[in-house]
Design a protein around this ligand. Structure first.
Ligand SMILES: Cc1ncc(COP(=O)(O)O)c(C=O)c1O
Length: 369
């Protein structure tokens, strides 16, 4: 039987054409394609400004700097995310404070965030996990009440909508990411969207070695980084973005097919459905199994049958470097820890065929018997 990969990019002739055009233009960095990609993303998500960067992590790091996070500042974030949601402020000496998640949405529980605020709290990094929008209004209200910066890690959520408009449009600064398993890819890459012209200039300067914005090549007005995204990457991004609606529709269709195939299986819990205020942009397809033993059994069967999988997502606070440095232990965030031991990503990508999904469902069902 043919194997089914976990993930894969969806790239066509248009992307090849656009990348080739840049390649032949001789202008490979800091040119019109970066500007164009930024304009198109800004328009798509409904933010006035966008700055392309070399990765989602780089974008989050620059927003952590923009938020003024420094040594000893506490930052509240989700334990059920990719490590970069916390690493972004660790780079600046920030101290992670993990608030537990809502068991239904798997996003930060606003009540847990409120309870975690101290006089040392400087910011909140909220995550739209698996493309499902976080509780932005409640988190914004907490941030406003306590004078905190709010950063939205939307790395998995391009195309998601909250309260009727696109994630990115609500006034919060967001980061979207373009690694090859994301909704659209630039190979490696990310983008910061912001509603502040000042922050936009700052991010553009920081990503470009601290050069003034606008300004000269050999002048550095602040400590910066090389977090630029190339013209080639942005050309690929433009080609992908032109097809974003098609991509989102195909992913939603594939997700709906899995929901039908897996929804009836005993012992399989699915991600929460959309409601009037939250529209998910499908990033990965994750199922929750009854316990870690069942997950191990499913993984064994998947390996034997050539089905791709990943243990999305381990709790960040229990990663070895977090335990070592901050002394975090089991029991800190029981909901996240429970979900981490039994959640599993199954093969999911734009254009996955119905037959492949049916095979995944059959293999999963057989492992659960
Ligand atoms: C929630 C979340 N945050 C941050 C990142 C980091 O993005 P990148 O891999 O582009 O640095 C990712 C990427 O996987 C992510 O899923």
């Amino acid at each position: 039987m043919a194997s089914v990969p976990l993930s894969g990019p969806y790239i066509g002739e248009r992307e090849e054409e656009l990348v080739l055009e840049v390649l032949r233009s001789g202008r490979l960095s800091l040119g019109p394609t970066v500007d164009r990609f930024e304009e198109l993303i800004a328009k798509r998500v409904g933010a006035p400004y966008a700055a392309a960067v070399s990765s989602g992590t780089a974008g989050l790091h620059l927003l952590a700097i923009s938020a003024g996070i420094g040594p000893g500042d506490e930052v509240i974030t989700s334990p059920y995310s990719f490590a970069a949601s916390a690493n972004c402020f660790l780079y600046e000496g920030g101290v992670p404070v993990f608030a537990d998640i809502d068991p239904r949405t798997l996003n930060l529980d606003p009540a847990a965030v409120e309870a975690a605020v101290t006089e040392r709290t400087r910011a909140i990094v909220a995550v739209d996990i698996y493309g499902y929008p976080c509780e932005l209004d409640k988190l914004s209200a907490i941030a406003d009440r306590h004078g905190l910066a709010l950063i939205e890690d939307s790395c998995e959520a391009l195309g998601a909508a909250y309260r009727g408009s696109q994630v990115g449009s609500h006034g919060t600064s967001c980061v979207f990411a373009f690694y090859p398993n994301k909704q659209i890819t630039t190979g490696e890459g990310g983008i910061v969207t912001t509603h502040s012209e000042e922050e936009w200039h700052l991010v553009r300067s920081l990503r470009n070695q601290g050069r003034p914005e606008p300004g000269g090549w050999l002048e550095h007005v602040r400590l910066g980084f090389n977090y630029r995204l190339s013209e080639l990457a942005c050309a690929l991004g433009i080609g992908q973005l032109e097809r974003l609606d098609e991509i989102l529709a195909l992913r939603a269709e594939a997700a709906a097919r899995y929901t039908t195939l897996l929804g009836g299986l005993d012992g399989v819990e699915l991600l929460c459905p959309d409601d009037a205020e939250h529209v998910r942009s499908w990033f990965v397809y994750v199922v929750l199994l009854p316990n870690s033993g069942t997950r191990d059994r499913v993984i064994e069967t998947f390996e034997r049958e050539g089905i791709g999988y990943n243990r999305y997502l381990p709790s960040i606070h229990l990663q070895p470097y977090m335990r070592e440095r901050f002394g975090f232990r089991e029991g800190l965030c029981p909901v996240a820890e429970d979900v981490s031991t039994r959640s599993l990503a199954v093969p999911f990508f734009t254009g996955i065929e119905a037959a492949a999904q049916e095979r995944v469902a059959e293999v999963l069902a057989s492992a659960l018997q």
